[in-house]
Design a protein around this ligand. Structure first.
Ligand code: UDP
Length: 251
C-alpha cells in the first residue's frame, strides 16, 4: 500500500524536475514515527544538487527519487533553487544531522536501528557513540558489506533476522538509494534511509564542516577542499547552478 501521507503534507517542490519535499527536522521525525506505526517499507532520500544532476543522467535513479516516500533537501543549492521558483523550502534537512536526531528520538520511542555500510569498523563505532550519547538506544545490528549484487542475499538475511525499525545505509549516492529501492520489498524495514557520510561524521573518521562554515552556506566548498578527490562529482554543483539559472518558465 502506498504510504498514507497526511492531507496537510505540502506539495513537493520540483527542482529541474526532481522532487524535493518541504520538510523541517521536526516534520522528518514525525514522518519517521508515522512510517514505523504504519509498518511496510518506506524509503527516505537525502537529496542534494549532486542527486539532482545524477537524476538528469540516470533515469533509474530519477525513478527511485520519484518513488521514495520522502526526499529531504540536503543541500543549500536546493533551498536557493526553490526560492528562485517562489516555493521556498522551510530549512535544509541533512542526513548527517538527521541521523543523530532520529537516534535520539529512537532511544525515547524504542525504535531499533540497523547501521549498514561505511568503512571497516565505522558503522559499529558510530553505533557505540550513538548508544553512549542516547541511553536506551537499541542497535539491532551493524554490518559493513558492499552494495554488490552478490552480497545482497546475505545482507538482506542479516537485516530481516535483526528486524530493525530503521535502516541507515551508508554506501554513497546514488548506489545506496538504488540498493534500498532494489531490495525494499525483501528488506521490509519500515524506514530505510541512505545516509552518505553520516557514520564517518559521527565517528570523526571524516570531519564535517564547522557550524560557521555551514551557516555561510559553504559546506560544499569545505568538502571540495578536504576531499579534493571528489572534484569530478562536485562539478555537478556549477552544472546545477547553471541549469537552474537558465531554465525557462519556472513554476
Ligand atoms: N561506502 C561504502 N561502500 C561503497 C561505497 C561507499 O561503504 O561501496 C561508504 C563510504 O565509506 C562512506 C559512505 O559510503 O562512509 C559515503 O560515501 P561518499 O562520501 O561517497 O558519499 P556522500 O556522503 O558523498 O553521499
Amino acid at each position: 500500500m502506498a504510504a498514507a501521507l497526511p492531507a496537510e503534507r505540502p506539495q513537493p517542490v520540483r527542482i529541474l524536475g526532481v522532487r524535493v519535499d518541504a520538510l523541517t527536522y521536526a516534520s522528518l521525525l514525525d514522518a519517521v514515527g508515522r512510517f514505523i506505526a504504519e509498518g511496510g517499507p518506506h524509503h527516505i532520500c537525502t537529496t542534494n544538487p549532486e542527486f539532482v544532476m545524477e537524476a538528469q543522467r540516470n533515469p533509474a535513479f530519477r525513478a527511485v527519487l520519484e518513488r521514495a516516500d520522502l526526499c529531504m533537501a540536503d543541500g543549500v543549492g536546493l533551498l536557493w533553487a526553490a526560492r528562485r521558483q517562489g516555493r521556498p523550502l522551510p530549512e535544509r534537512v541533512t542526513g548527517s544531522d538527521g541521523v543523530p536526531l532520529i537516534a535520539e528520538r529512537a532511544a525515547a520511542a524504542g525504535w531499533r536501528l540497523y547501521l549498514l555500510g561505511a568503512g571497516p569498523g565505522i558503522a559499529a563505532a558510530a553505533g557505540e557513540i550513538l548508544c553512549a550519547r542516547y541511553p536506551g538506544l537499541q542497535i539491532a545490528g551493524v554490518y559493513e558489506g558492499t552494495p554488490a549484487d552478490a552480497e545482497a542475499p546475505d545482507i538482506i538475511a542479516r537485516i530481516v533476522a535483526a528486524r530493525p525499525d530503521i535502516l541507515f545505509v551508508a554506501y554513497g549516492a546514488p548506489r545506496q538509494d538504488l540498493w534500498i529501492a532494489q531490495h525494499r520489498a525483501a528488506l521490509r524495514v519500515p524506514v530505510m534511509m541512505g545516509v552518505g557520510g553520516a557514520f564517518d561524521h559521527i565517528t570523526g573518521a571524516r570531519r564535517r564542516a564547522p557550524r560557521w562554515v555551514q551557516r555561510l552556506n559553504l559546506e560544499w566548498l569545505f568538502r571540495l577542499v578536504t576531499q579534493p578527490w571528489r572534484w569530478r562529482r562536485q562539478l555537478d554543483i556549477p552544472r546545477f547552478v547553471w541549469a537552474v539559472i537558465r531554465q525557462p518558465g519556472q513554476t
